[in-house]
Design a protein around this ligand. Structure first.
Ligand code: XMP
Length: 317
């Protein structure tokens, strides 16, 4: 549903009733990722359930820089107490040695629900609120890729994890979600944020996701977002990707370095179903390239991706 401004209020009221009726006197939990969808779902659920909602941030080690603390402070301002649970080891253990994109997605999903199952048991919540949106469901149905949150399509039985899932945003595309976020009073730093996938930086790390390789993607992402913003560009998504290949370069002392290759991806899209590469001005790309190789010594090459969607997908796994 492409939601119009005047519809957002009615949508919110309808979903508040739905959440109240579904959860009754029980407790619910929402896992925040820092992305727009889960944040909007959390604020909506908090409006419906108040103290009966527990918000958690599973720190899986695959988030953007400073994400946990930033989300915590934004939600504190909205009166929502967020607990951060460090589950980095579980995720890196599960991803160890995996190269195949779908195997990585499945490992992420299984670890995510296992970790969440433990938090849910501790909290005694019976329901979990998820920010699944329409595009997630469509992509999984079409067999493009296994979005981690489309449970029935991927054969996950939530009751195995002690959860009943509620998905209040599942009729909306991204612009509708942003509109609901704005009407709910979510600050622009969250509601206008670029989409960020559930499996986080793992979707931008081709090959094995070790803590060291993820750190390269994380640092490169900061530079890409920073320079794109400084240039006044507002693409649908812009990010860095680490390839599973190497290229020769020279380090600061002039020694040969068979280093990492980073791809810069910037894409224009309305609903994430199709997209085209942004016409990023060359001086901006050069600045990104200079900063990435200077600030991340293991990187020797930076490329800009021109492929649209289709044929490529937006993320790399
Ligand atoms: P793709 O790569 O399929 O991405 O062209 C389409 C949009 O979805 C985001 N994306 C995900 N979001 N869980 C999510 O919550 C996922 O597993 C996932 N995979 C991709 C991607 O960032 C883009 O906006």
């Amino acid at each position: 549903m492409a939601i119009k401004k005047m519809d957002a209020k009615a949508f919110i009221e309808e979903k508040i009733d739905y959440l109240k009726e579904s959860v009754g006197r029980e407790k619910a939990i929402v896992a925040l990722s820092g992305g727009v969808d889960s944040s909007v779902a959390a604020v909506l659920a908090h409006k419906a359930l108040g103290e009966r909602l527990q918000a958690v941030f599973l720190d899986d080690g695959l988030m953007r820089q400073g994400e946990g603390e930033e989300v915590k402070s934004v939600f504190a301002k909205l009166g929502i107490d967020l607990s951060i649970k460090d589950v980095q080891r579980e995720f890196f253990d599960a991803l160890k040695g995996l190269i195949d994109p779908e195997e990585k997605r499945k490992a992420f999903r299984d670890t995510f629900y296992k970790a969440l199952g433990i938090v849910v048991k501790e909290s005694q919540a019976k329901f979990m609120i998820q920010g699944t949106i329409k595009a997630d469901v469509m992509e999984t149905k079409r067999g493009v890729k296994t979005q981690h949150n489309v449970l029935e399509q991927i054969g996950v039985d939530p009751s195995k994890y002690g959860l009943k899932i509620l998905e209040p945003l599942v009729e909306l595309f991204k612009p509708g979600v942003r509109e609901v976020g704005r009407v709910l009073g979510l600050p622009a730093e969250i509601s206008e944020r670029m989409p960020f996938p559930g499996p986080g930086l793992a979707t931008r790390c081709v090959g094995e996701c070790t803590p060291e390789r993820i750190e390269i993607v994380r640092k490169a992402h900061v530079i890409v977002e920073d320079e794109i913003k400084k240039a006044g560009l507002k693409p649908f998504q812009a990010f860095a990707v680490l390839l599973n290949d190497r290229g020769t370069g020279l380090d600061a002392e002039g020694n040969r370095n068979f280093g990492n290759i980073v791809v810069v991806r910037s894409i224009e899209s309305k609903d994430a179903l199709t997209g085209t590469a942004t016409d990023v001005p060359m001086p901006v790309l050069k600045k990104i390239s200079e900063r990435v190789v200077a600030e991340i010594p293991s990187v020797t090459r930076v490329l800009y991706e021109l492929t649209g969607k289709p044929p490529a997908t937006i993320e790399y796994i």
